[in-house]
Ligand binder design. Structure first.
Ligand SMILES: [Zn+2]
Length: 334
């Protein structure tokens, strides 16, 4: 039996996707024991302050569902601890700065190119002009995607808590709605980018968002390659890949992404294609694409930029013939 301090955490006793009791433990370590303690400590070192008293007496326990193949953290933070993680351990001013730095022309073109693909899918499914599209950005963050959906002419809604985020939303013409409002509304595009790995009740949220979708439901999450084999051969690293990247600027390896997919406290669910098969079947949805595609802008400022951007277009064409990515799904009502 793993330990769970019920003052701050609660146990997910069955698979949080399919409710199966047939699950197997694949890793266990106290949150305040090495190497998980070292991983947490390095991960938040440059982001904020860790209050270890929240984590005493609770184990990081990874389980895998034998039925839908979800890998999940059994012990999950309660609302109080979630608030502390996302507002103290990840300090808002550092995140504000990072998000502002991310507003580059390259990122704009990448995100706009992907939203262009989503809007075209919508036109194909329900014939809607961009100005008629109702777009829900579930987990809006700093509005990187929402501001581009607005620029395309859509009416954009978002769910987010906290006055600072609401002010950002108002400034870019996005209407903040409460989570309960979703059940009374319809959307042509439901957009979730790096959200479902964080959810304590992913099956419930998937059900509600599916029910509110008239066109396209996008779900993008971190993916892993051979998580169990990586854990068996290399164990858990003491240094967070995020922290190493920030310090050295090096590119993340496939093993790094595998570890990020099971990040303690934050990435509570890791999806396999089988998990998504289960969710879509149960909720009357079907998958229409599993590749992150983006229309690519050609940059005509000088010959070098034009050549580089043409190569990017070539790379996108090559990607279309590769096997499916994991971690990216566009779905529509079946
Ligand atoms: Zn399951």
């Amino acid at each position: 039996m793993s330990h769970c301090n019920t003052k701050f955490f609660f146990e997910r006793a069955v698979c949080p996707i399919c409710a199966s009791r047939a699950t197997s433990k694949i890793y266990e370590c106290g949150l305040t024991s090495s190497p998980i303690k070292d991983l947490i400590s390095s991960h938040y070192r440059s982001q904020g302050i860790v209050d270890w008293s929240l984590f005493d007496g609770t184990d990081y326990e990874l389980r895998k569902c034998d039925d839908c193949k979800l890998i999940y953290q059994k012990n999950v933070p309660n609302d109080h601890v979630l608030d502390r993680i996302y507002n103290e351990m990840i300090a808002p001013d550092g995140l504000d700065r990072l998000e502002e730095e991310r507003l580059t022309i390259d990122n704009f073109e990448r995100l706009a190119g992907e939203l262009g693909v989503l809007f075209r899918w919508c036109a194909r499914i329900n014939g809607k002009h961009p100005s008629k599209i109702r777009f829900l950005d579930y987990g809006f963050g700093h509005g990187r995607w929402a501001r581009i959906a607005r620029a395309l002419g859509a009416t954009v809604f978002a769910t987010e808590t906290g006055d600072a985020k609401k002010a950002i939303a108002a400034g870019i013409g996005v209407e903040i709605i409460s989570d309960d409002d979703i059940d009374r509304m319809r959307f042509d595009i439901v957009h979730t980018e790096q959200v479902f790995e964080h959810l304590v009740d992913p099956a419930g949220t998937f059900k509600r968002l599916s029910a509110a979708t008239d066109g396209i439901f996008k779900l993008a999450v971190p993916h892993h390659r051979n998580l169990e084999a990586t854990l068996a051969s290399k164990g858990i690293p003491k240094e967070s890949p995020f922290h190493q990247k920030q310090i050295t600027g090096r590119r993340l390896s496939m093993a790094d992404y595998t570890y990020i997919s099971i990040l303690p406290l934050e990435h509570l669910n890791t999806y396999s294609p089988k998990t998504i098969d289960y969710l879509t079947r149960e909720n009357g949805m079907r998958v229409v694409s599993t590749k992150r595609k983006s229309s690519v802008a050609l940059v005509p400022t000088d010959l070098g930029s034009l050549v580089r951007s043409s190569l990017k277009a070539g790379a996108m064409a090559a990607k279309m013939s590769l096997p499916r990515d994991t971690g990216y799904y566009l779905m529509t009502p079946a």
